[in-house]
Design a protein around this ligand. Structure first.
Ligand SMILES: [Zn+2]
Ligand SMILES: [Zn+2]
Length: 657
């Protein structure tokens, strides 16, 4: 007799054991979807483990029989196998990941919001350039099915092309996915598509979706009816029948890597499903990643370009300002030039966006004497200063009062606040423009469910004159009367020790600049930096190709992707001394394992949350010509008999774990 442990997809319950009827035994594999009785109901779940005999902890008379088995295309299991192999994890881990669909896994998320101003009755007609792009993409789908890179400038109407692709797939009885790097963007896309494609079933699947809607989506999947699924990460892992199209919007965004184990990188996952299931993959962006552009250059991706903005307006005019430290100390972060431009914009009754990628009032606080940075007592991450007197940890959300003094060396020393955040900029702007209506938007204001849609509405009705915000405002929002964008401290993050830091900064600046004057020719962008003049020259969509060429040269000289593969190896131990000893052992092992110069193990370095909840964390960065080399090395670590927990993360997009 065969038994299976079933993980419930729609209820936050412990997995339960069920019996398999003899007639369907052959249809059972790990990951098979089954319908099982629970009390008086029938629920859907996923087979998490298979047992040839009754586990000793169970009683046969209590074990009920599986009601129905949902057969999945064999290619789906091939996909999960491949994915597990790539991440050096078990298939069970991936199937368990699907339980994210259950209501318990839902975290509190921002309010579901969609812009009111988008109202279409039918699918608008494509312009000539869009028509040509669509033809190229669709024909490619019939021929060699290379993944497509749709490189279309801001406002070139990529979403409309997506709508046509998705509509076509549906009419051919196929299902498709549309993914966005953030929930709010996914909601935005869903709203737009629903207005375009009235008679096509469109389901959202992400953590902000209510259980009822998730169940409806699940039902659609189980009935194997074609549909469009919109989400961030999860939909790509589901056993959707005839899933033949996957569109990944804003493909350059680091949000496509999951922030928890097993740290799946959705773009890589899509490429794997492309290989195993012959699913067509379309990556879209106004600022494609350097790696994707190189893949297109090497003919591994097909490049399709959109060069014209939909409203036929010119790109905004970009100016750069070098910030003066003395001026910042005396007058604040808004330079005289920026101040003048803001005044002009207000006089013309238009709107201003001031962008600073840090919430709070200051980046951090430290002692003037011992230079100790004030850190969170729970997770050791440097705290951000809020409202000038509060320390807040952006990792675990703990708050502390900001101490005025440090008593190092037996004496009292002043605590200094450093850097700047949205709160300070909003205050400074209010001081300079006393009569202006100013609002601030960042993760803090998003926590208040009503404020976010309210602010967007007030922007659209021109009630807000100056909006101060973080990267949240850089994507997807369209304010017709916004004509000036000011980046307060554009080179703030360029010194972060990660090979993607510069590329991400440039992409973000271009995104935020793209908010200026989208329906008018008057868009103006002012970039303030503390010294990186190179950055200002690239903060413009038209110079992005040039940036990518230079960035590629820098990557080549450091042998970073696209010229190599990277992976993080994270070591964790409750015993600090043992962690250090074992890190040294890993290092020594690498020295003998990597014989030639093409592969290297860098580190160990301490994680941002080095000491968190009693566990110490250090990490290595492995670089090699292929993942196979790094995987073989990682597997060989088991010979060392280490006690530390080892986590392997291929293609890491940040150091923040
Ligand atoms: Zn001190
Ligand atoms: Zn913390």
């Amino acid at each position: 007799m065969l038994f299976v442990r079933v993980l419930f997809l729609t209820r936050p319950l412990k997995p339960l054991l069920y019996r398999i009827p003899k007639t369907v035994e052959s249809a059972i594999a790990l990951g098979t979807l089954v319908q099982v009785p629970l009390r008086t109901q029938l629920l859907w779940g996923i087979v998490q483990s298979i047992h040839a005999s009754l586990p000793s902890t169970e009683q046969l008379d209590k074990v009920r029989e599986v009601h129905r088995v949902y057969t999945i295309e064999p290619t789906y299991h091939a996909f999960i196998k491949r994915l597990a192999r790539h991440h050096l994890i078990s298939e069970k881990t991936l199937y368990t990941r699907l339980s994210a669909l259950s209501p318990k896994a839902q975290k509190k998320k921002p309010a579901i919001w969609a812009p009111e101003h988008v109202k279409y009755n039918a699918l608008p007609t494509l312009n000539q350039e869009q028509t040509e792009a669509l033809t190229q993409i669709v024909e490619n789908g019939h021929n060699d099915r290379l993944p497509v890179l749709l490189y279309g400038c801001t406002g070139s109407g990529k979403t409309l092309i997506y709508a046509y692709i998705l509509q076509k797939a549906y009419h051919e009885n196929r299902s498709s996915l549309l993914l966005a790097p953030e929930i709010t963007l996914a909601q935005n896309l869903a709203h737009t598509l629903r207005s375009f494609l009235k008679n096509i079933p469109i389901y959202e699947l992400h953590s902000a979706v209510p259980t009822k809607e998730k169940n409806r989506a699940l039902k659609q999947i189980l009935e194997k009816q074609p549909a469009i699924y919109i989400g961030v990460h999860i939909p790509l892992l589901l056993p959707i029948a005839r899933l033949e199209v996957c569109i990944i919007d804003e493909e350059h965004d680091a949000g496509y890597q999951e922030k928890r184990f097993p740290y799946l990188h959705i773009k890589d996952v899509a490429l794997m499903r492309h290989v195993t299931n012959n699913m067509q993959v379309i990556f879209g962006s106004a600022t494609p990643s350097v790696v994707s552009l190189e893949r297109a250059h090497q003919k591994h991706f097909r490049l399709v370009k959109l060069k014209k903005r939909f409203y036929h307006t010119a790109l905004p005019h970009v100016e750069s300002i070098l910030l003066d430290a003395a001026h910042i100390r005396k007058e604040g972060w808004i330079s005289p030039h920026m101040r003048h431009a803001i005044q002009e914009t207000l006089d013309a009754e238009e709107q201003v966006l001031l962008f600073i990628n840090r919430r709070g009032s200051h980046c951090f606080a430290r002692c003037t004497n011992c230079k100790t940075t004030l850190r969170c007592t729970s997770c050791a991450v440097p705290c951000t200063v809020h409202y000038d007197h509060l320390l807040r940890c952006h990792h675990c959300c703990l708050e502390y009062p900001l101490p005025e003094i440090c008593s190092c060396g037996g004496l009292s020393h002043l605590i200094e606040r450093h850097g700047v955040g949205t709160q300070t900029i909003a205050q400074e702007a209010q001081k300079l423009f006393k009569m202006a209506r100013i609002e601030r938007i960042d993760l803090d204001s998003l926590n208040d469910k009503k404020r976010w849609p309210e602010i967007v509405q007030r922007m659209l009705s021109r009630d807000i004159q100056i909006l101060v915000g973080t990267q949240m405002v850089t994507k997807g929002y369209h304010f017709p009367h916004l004509s000036l964008v000011g980046a307060i401290w554009a080179d703030m993050h360029t010194t972060v020790p990660h090979y993607l830091a510069y590329e991400q900064t440039v992409q973000q600046l271009i995104q935020v600049a793209g908010r200026a004057g989208r329906e008018y020719d008057r868009g103006k962008v002012i970039i303030q930096t503390l010294g990186d003049a190179r950055l200002a020259t690239f903060a413009h969509e038209s110079t992005y190709p040039e940036f990518c060429i230079q960035e590629k040269e820098i990557r080549a000289s450091f042998n970073n992707p696209p010229f190599s593969k990277l992976a993080h190896l994270i070591l964790q131990n409750e015993d600090e001394a043992q962690l250090e000893k074992e890190c040294a052992a890993v290092r020594q092992h690498a020295a003998s394992f990597f014989q030639d110069d093409s592969s290297i193990l860098l580190g160990p370095a301490r994680a941002l949350r080095y000491h968190y909840q009693g566990v110490f964390t250090s990490f290595f960065l492995a670089r090699a010509p292929s993942y196979t080399v790094i995987q073989t090395f990682t597997k060989s670590l088991s010979d060392l008999g280490l006690m530390s927990r080892i986590t392997y993360i291929p293609n890491p997009t940040s150091n923040l774990f």
